[in-house]
Design a protein around this ligand. Structure first.
Ligand code: ZN
Length: 95
């Protein structure tokens, strides 16, 4: 019985692991990201609004890249650091 419970727990974890990147989860993560202007307000030491330069708040790299969130026609874009690959903020594509 004890080992059955352990197996069940492991299976349960596996299921959650594979659900970790469902569409809902990606949406939620994106929702929680700051916008560009919020990022500048939150991390003024890593951005210069006057010069429109934004740096990574983790490694201070100015090599910021962006990509559509889910697919090429997704207007939601996530911006991430090209150096340390961490997601920094979000924006909407102008289409
Ligand atoms: Zn970085």
């Amino acid at each position: 019985m004890d080992s059955f419970l352990k197996k069940s727990a492991r299976l349960f974890k596996t299921i959650f692991y594979y659900q970790a990147d469902t569409t809902d989860n990606i949406d939620n993560k994106w929702d929680k990201l700051p916008t560009v202007s919020e990022y500048i307000v939150q991390y003024p030491e890593h951005s210069d609004a006057a010069n429109e330069t934004i740096k990574c708040r983790f490694c201070s790299s100015s090599n910021i890249k962006f990509q559509p969130l889910m697919h090429s026609r997704d207007r939601r874009e996530k911006h991430f650091c090209g150096a340390c690959k961490r997601t920094l903020y979000k924006s909407f594509a102008d289409v």
